[in-house]
Design a protein around this ligand. Structure first.
Ligand SMILES: [Zn+2]
Length: 258
C-alpha cells in the first residue's frame, strides 16, 4: 500500500500505486525532512520549514529546486498554476494547488490535517490539497474534483487520489461545532465513532475526504488512504494534537515529470 523511503537523510512516504511511474513523482513528507532535528516549538515559516521544502524538492528532483506552496488558511480556494510564477503563488492564500505544467511541484504543509494528492493520468493534471475539518466541511476535496473537471475536462473516473497521513479517528476528538459543521452533507454518514461509552466524538477526517471524492465520481478503487495516524506516530510526523499545538509541518508534494 505504501512504503517508507529514504533520500539521503530525509524520510518520506510513497504510495505504491504511484511508485515507479515515469509520468509523475510524489512524496508525503515526515518530520525527518528538514536540516535540523526538533522535538517541538517549530516556527512554521522558519529556517527548518525552508529546509524541508528544499529537501522535498530534492526528493522529487524538481528542475527549479522548488516546491510551490501557498499560504494555507483552512478555506476552500484552489489555485491554478498555469504560467503563474512560483514567487507569486507563495504570496497567495489557498488550500489547494492544481496544475498541468510538467516540472512544477505543488505541495501542502500539514500537521494532522489531510494532505491529499491527486492525479488524472489521462489529462495529465495533478493537485495537492490541504483538508482540516474546516476545509472538509467546505467540501474542498469535492471542489478539487470540480476544478479538474471544469478546467481540464477530467473524467472523475480517471482521477487517482492518495489520502496521506493525518490524525486518525483514534486521536481526533472534536467538539460540537465540528460535529455540526460536518453534518448534513451527502458525504457525512459514518464520520464519527458511534457508541463510545464516554460520549466523546471522534472524527474520521480521512473518511470525510474520501467520501467527498467518491461523491464527485471517483472510483473508490482509485483512492488510497495511508493508514498512519500523525498523532499516534509523532515519532514520524509533526502532530498538532500529539504535541500540544506547538509543532512544525511536514510538506507533501506531487510533480508531473517533464
Ligand atoms: Zn491516533
Amino acid at each position: 500500500m505504501f512504503a517508507l523511503r529514504r533520500h539521503e537523510l530525509a524520510l518520506y512516504i510513497e504510495a505504491d500505486i504511484w511508485h515507479g511511474r515515469n509520468d509523475i513523482v510524489h512524496a508525503f513528507g515526515t518530520r525527518w525532512c528538514g536540516d535540523t532535528v526538533r522535538s517541538a516549538g517549530g516556527n512554521i515559516n522558519g529556517e527548518d520549514d525552508y529546509s524541508a521544502a528544499r529537501r522535498m524538492a530534492d526528493i522529487l528532483g524538481t528542475p527549479s529546486g522548488q516546491v510551490i506552496t501557498a499560504i494555507q488558511v483552512h478555506g476552500d480556494d484552489i489555485l491554478m498554476l498555469d504560467g503563474t510564477d512560483a514567487d507569486t503563488v507563495r504570496r497567495l492564500t489557498g488550500d489547494g494547488l492544481v496544475t498541468n505544467r510538467p516540472g512544477v511541484a505543488v505541495g501542502i504543509r500539514t500537521a494532522d490535517c489531510v494532505p491529499l494528492l491527486m492525479f488524472d493520468q489521462r489529462r495529465r493534471v495533478i493537485g495537492a490539497i490541504h483538508a482540516g475539518w474546516k476545509g472538509a466541511a467546505l467540501d474542498i476535496a469535492g471542489k478539487a474534483v470540480g476544478v479538474f473537471a471544469e478546467r481540464f475536462l477530467s473524467n472523475p473516473l480517471d482521477i487517482q487520489a492518495v489520502v496521506g497521513p493525518s490524525v486518525g479517528q483514534c486521536c481526533y476528538e472534536v467538539g460540537p461545532e465540528v460535529v455540526r459543521a460536518m453534518s448534513h452533507h451527502t458525504w457525512s454518514d459514518g464520520l464519527f465513532d458511534p457508541g463510545r461509552p464516554d460520549g466523546r466524538r471522534m472524527l474520521d477526517l480521512g473518511r470525510a475526504v474520501t467520501r467527498q471524492l467518491v461523491d464527485e465520481g471517483l472510483d473508490p478503487a482509485n483512492i488510497v488512504t495511508i493508514p498512519l495516524c500523525t498523532s499516534c506516530r509523532d515519532d514520524l510526523f509533526y502532530s498538532h494534537r500529539g504535541e500540544g499545538g506547538r509543532t512544525g509541518r511536514q510538506i507533501s508534494a506531487i510533480m508531473l515529470r517533464e
